[in-house]
Design a protein around this ligand. Structure first.
Ligand code: DGJ
Length: 727
């Protein structure tokens, strides 16, 4: 397939194009770049779609940005640069000029490739833009080639550098910590620099996500406002810099080069990660819908296949996995309509059984004491209870207390003449994925489980440690500064091998919660774990942030125990379900501890989710009332592309007597259609909420809305409604 695609691309390549202005468009957006031979390429415009006939107008109106698209350090050194190098003779300058432009069509997008060469040194930079077909996403990256005889050192190698119009700009990004990942932060940009970066080495989204929005015309609304939005598709350390002054605004995004200068050998090509962006004239909602459609079509593994409803064993039993308990959980979950059971941490380790976080990673054999019948016994249970089976792994790590570490002490990232630093449990260490032997081992963890037990349908791939010591036994001395980068290249190679061999295996990206929610990792995964915090109230805020760039189908959202294990909050089961049902529904609970009434409710809620699954997992998201606006409630909805079905959620986020409870107006419906409403999760089947069974026009629901005063009466009240078109 790949070969065929390359052939197709070549056939369509049109060679040097004479025009200097290149218009790169999607259905709703356009990017205008000037690339004249012998000169530096420049950005002129990125915004709502324009046609060729509008190009002159961009210049005449003064809107043209006229800013270099990939500024290089060395000559006219002031201002932010995208690339900085040192040639072998000590010269630290680049003078890049366009030598050609190709435009061609690939399977997934239309590509514009601008080739630049240094005027003196044999050094080439290709800047590429891809307009993804059938979406409103354009991505950009560069390929840096050393055509000289000696190595060149790269000190700065951004994926993208972008000028934007300065005005009343607001920046939105997603900050956090363990348990509070993806908390939305929104602020007016003041002059100066704002940096979002990551230095974890392993997992890059726990403390901030490499995704952000910048508005052009004031605080962005959900459905109004002009917004630029971008995300860096990279799994490792990243750096996003926003620089604002009275007269200019620019953004650069790429791998974080700090302590990662790169020795580019002769004929080597360094390819930066993709920076993927959109421009919305319909606020943040337009951004999200564009990213979600693109993600499902191109960036998630099988983003068009509906996800199962699962029970994960973690909060139910933690490390106390055993055959009887697993069997019982499968039985109970199957009885309430569950489709998949995932056995989490605690199942492995022979010499050192895994009873807590301080041992056994790397020893991927079943702990016989806990599971005498092995994985086979669990699969037999799953068959018996008519449920699919999945398993947890953390294959990139080891513990100093493990057989793997004892046998392969040089397979971990460490520094020869210093004691080993450790992470979780006081013993966790990271394997050196720059080493091909280690890559084979990590691939082998999945491969041997799948070869021995092809019935395994799902794997949760966890990562609970940062890079500790910056040293690799594998990389040569003069390339130790490549560790952060080579680690992630190695990880990608492993993922590619897994996907080539196991395309149908469903995989979840987890990293101590939401540490790996990025578009570098997601192309190999079906979904991600958003946070270890399963508290339904906090999840409303957290999932709100996640939903800006990542689609509901990939957002695992689990109903957990009362009281919640992270916050200690007690929230009704209905509220917990209503929140979890706005993502990929699952449970993370000990079913045997649930009352019969709760089980009966869960059974009905699971059945209800099945009836709306395609709307949630493939529909368009409209966020209606933000929890961050402190209006006492939060609300969102999903609408099918045909606008014939929708699911509406509202949650009471604060409860005070006789406080204002706003009316909620819907969005995304067809004003001319009528919709019948069904209460999806009434606590008492015989007493659905007041709007159940009523018919409303789309116009009324969007212009007038629904009053919430009678629907949200008590603390932690919530409503989930299914709207179906009636003719
Ligand atoms: C961290 C994950 O986020 C949890 O869900 C769980 O899998 C634990 N690791 C297991 O150690």
């Amino acid at each position: 397939m790949k070969k065929l695609f390359m052939f197709f691309s070549l056939l369509l390549a049109v060679g040097a194009v004479s025009a200097e202005n290149y218009l790169i468009s999607t259905a709703k957006t356009s990017l205008l770049v000037t690339a004249t031979e012998g000169e530096r390429p420049k950005y002129q415009y990125y915004g709502a779609r324009i046609e060729k006939g509008d190009i002159q107008g961009i210049f005449d109106s003064g809107l043209a940005l006229d800013v270099e698209s990939y500024p290089a350090f060395g000559l006219k050194t002031a201002n932010e640069k995208a690339i900085a190098v040192q040639h072998n003779d000590g010269n630290m300058t680049l003078d890049l000029a366009v030598t050609g432009v190709r435009q061609f069509s690939a399977e997934d997008g239309d590509i514009t490739e601008i080739t630049m060469k240094d005027k003196v040194y044999p050094f080439v930079v290709k800047q590429l833009f891809k307009a993804y077909k059938g979406t409103d996403i354009i991505s950009t990256w560069v390929e840096i080639e050393n055509k000289g005889k000696k190595a060149v050192t790269l000190y700065r190698f951004a994926s993208a550098f972008f000028p934007l119009q300065r005005g009343d700009n607001w920046m939105t990004h997603f900050h956090g910590f363990w348990g509070s990942e993806h908390t939305m932060a929104e602020e007016q940009l003041t002059n100066g620099q704002k940096t979002i970066s990551n230095k974890d080495g392993m997992c890059n989204t726990e403390q901030d996500n490499p995704s952000f929005l910048i508005s052009m015309d004031g605080k962005p609304g959900e459905e109004h406002g002009q917004v630029f939005a971008g995300t860096l598709a990279w799994t490792g350390n990243y750096l996003i810099k926003v620089i604002a002054s009275n007269t200019a605004l620019s953004v650069s995004a790429g791998i974080n080069e700090e302590t990662s200068f790169y020795k580019l050998e002769k004929n080597e090509i360094f390819v930066t990660p993709e920076f993927c962006m959109t421009y919305s004239t319909t606020g943040k909602g337009g951004v999200s819908r564009a990213f979600h459609r693109w993600a499902r079509k191109y960036k998630l593994w099988e983003g068009d296949v509906a996800e199962d409803i699962l029970l994960n064993s973690w909060e139910g039993v933690y490390f106390n996995v055993n055959q009887k308990e697993m069997d019982n959980m499968m039985k109970e979950f199957s009885a309430i309509g569950g489709e998949l059971f995932v056995m989490d941490d605690g199942w492995f380790g022979d010499k050192y059984p895994r009873n807590n976080g301080s041992s056994s990673l790397g020893d991927w054999m079943v702990c016989k004491e806990k599971l005498p019948e092995g994985v086979g016994g669990l699969i037999a249970s799953a068959k018996k209870h008519n449920i699919k089976f999945g398993i947890w792994i953390e294959p990139e790590s080891s513990n100093t207390k493990s057989e793997l570490f004892e046998n392969k002490p040089k397979w971990i990232l460490r520094v020869d003449n210093r004691p080993v630093s450790t992470g979780r449990g006081g013993t966790q260490v990271i394997l050196d994925l720059s080493n091909p032997e280690v890559q084979d081992f990590v691939f082998g963890v999945v491969d041997s489980l799948m070869t021995n037990f092809p019935e395994i349908k799902y794997m949760k791939w966890d990562a609970n440690c940062s890079v500790q010591d910056y040293g690799s036994y594998y990389l040569p001395k003069d390339k130790q500064s490549h560790i952060y980068i080579e680690y992630h290249r190695g990880l990608r190679k492993v993922c590619e091998r897994i996907r080539a061999k196991y395309p149908k295996l469903v995989m979840q990206a987890c990293a101590g919660g939401g540490g790996r929610v990025n578009y570098g990792f997601l192309p190999y995964f079906n979904e991600f774990w958003t946070s270890d915090d399963t508290d339904a109230l906090q999840r409303i805020y957290l999932q709100w942030g996640v939903s800006t760039f990542y689609p509901a189908i990939a957002m695992a959202s689990h109903v957990s125990a009362d009281k919640n294990h992270q916050t200690g909050r007690r929230v009704p089961l209905k509220f917990r379900f209503d929140v979890a049902m706005s993502g990929r529904l699952g449970m993370e609970i000990q079913p045997k501890d649930m009352s019969e009434t709760d089980k009966a409710f869960a059974k009905r809620a699971i059945a209800a989710y099945k009836s709306i699954r395609p709307v949630v997992q493939f529909g368009d998201l409209y966020r209606l009332v933000s929890p961050y606006d402190n209006k006492g409630l939060a609300s969102l909805m999903y609408v099918t592309p045909e606008q014939n079905e929708a699911v509406f959620y509202v949650y009471k986020t604060a409860h005070f007597i006789n406080s204002i409870i706003p009316v909620v107006k819907m969005a995304g419906l067809d004003a001319n259609k009528n919709y019948k409403v069904k209460d999806l999760t009434p606590v008492d089947e015989k007493k659905p909420c007041a709007v159940d069974g009523k018919v409303f026009s789309g116009k009324m629901l969007m212009e007038e809305g629904l009053a919430m005063r009678n629907l949200l009466k008590t603390e932690y009240s919530s409503v989930a409604l299914h709207l179906v078109e009636v003719k």
